[in-house]
Design a protein around this ligand. Structure first.
Ligand SMILES: NC(=O)c1ccc[n+]([C@@H]2O[C@H](COP(=O)([O-])OP(=O)(O)OC[C@H]3O[C@@H](n4cnc5c(N)ncnc54)[C@H](OP(=O)(O)O)[C@@H]3O)[C@@H](O)[C@H]2O)c1
Length: 218
């Protein structure tokens, strides 16, 4: 894994707790020594400040840096010497497969878009396969993102729509919940009760709508 921030740690902790990988399987590249120490202590994984260590020794590279850090990491990819091309799985919002594939010529690449409920194992992720990614690469990517919730595979042309809907959706839903609670407070409820009512109503409605037949695709 390259990048041990919010999403990186969410994926890391669930991949370990779900048994998809063992701590010994994982090497994390992360520039901050403090962050490296926290993550290695909490998850018993190996960490490094040099991304080349990760790139040159891994079969799968999960890229979880901010999109604006991609050009720096791309230089690491360029100078790396890999015995066999690893699978690159990127969760960078808005970085297309063409740009990812140009940074790692000949490698299989999967572009993925998880969302923040992944941190509690209730995420929704979409994956799109690059031109050199085969069905077994897709299956492996599905296995990785299944550890943090549900996964769908889509053509890359749909990834911006995915980013707008499930990638950004938690932000919209949080505002709806806040607005419901505010409405309750304005109608005389104590804040803690209004918050509980709003939260459970949205959670329960989502669970109800998941029941077969509740929503018919048209
Ligand atoms: N959060 C979401 O809802 C969400 C949803 C879907 C996809 N994503 C995608 O997930 C990615 C990560 O987002 P995030 O929220 O986890 O960001 P984040 O918390 O800022 O994590 C990024 C991590 O990458 C590290 N980093 C920076 N430069 C690096 C380098 N050259 N090599 C290795 N690591 C480096 C950062 O370290 P420092 O802090 O020390 O710089 C930080 O720990 C983004 O591309 C975003 O588009 C996020």
């Amino acid at each position: 894994m390259i990048g041990g921030g919010v999403m990186g740690e969410a994926l890391l902790s669930r991949l370990l707790s779900q048994g998809v990988y063992a701590p010994d399987d994982i090497l994390l590249g992360e520039p901050s020594p403090e962050r490296r120490q926290v993550l290695s202590e909490q998850h018993s994984i190996q960490t490094t400040g040099n991304n080349l260590d990760v790139i040159e020794t891994s079969q799968v590279i999960l890229l979880a840096v901010k999109p604006q850090s991609f050009d720096v990491v791309a230089k690491d990819f360029k100078s790396a010497r890999c015995a066999a091309p690893p699978l690159l799985v990127s969760i960078l919002a808005g970085v297309p497969l063409a740009k990812l594939e140009a940074a790692v010529p000949g490698w299989p690449v999967v572009r993925a878009m998880p969302n923040t409920p992944a941190t509690v194992g209730a995420g929704m992720s979409a994956i799109a396969l690059g031109s050199r990614a085969m069905s077994d690469h897709g299956a492996l990517a599905c296995k990785i993102f299944s550890a943090v919730g549900e996964v769908v595979q889509v053509p890359e042309v749909m990834m911006d729509a995915v980013t707008g809907l499930s990638g950004s959706g938690p932000g919209y839903v949080a505002i709806v919940i806040e607005a419901l609670a505010d409405g309750g407070v304005a109608s005389g409820l104590p804040r803690d009760i209004a918050h509980q009512l709003a939260l459970q109503t949205v959670l329960g409605t989502a669970q109800l709508l998941q029941k077969p037949g509740c929503i018919r695709p048209s």
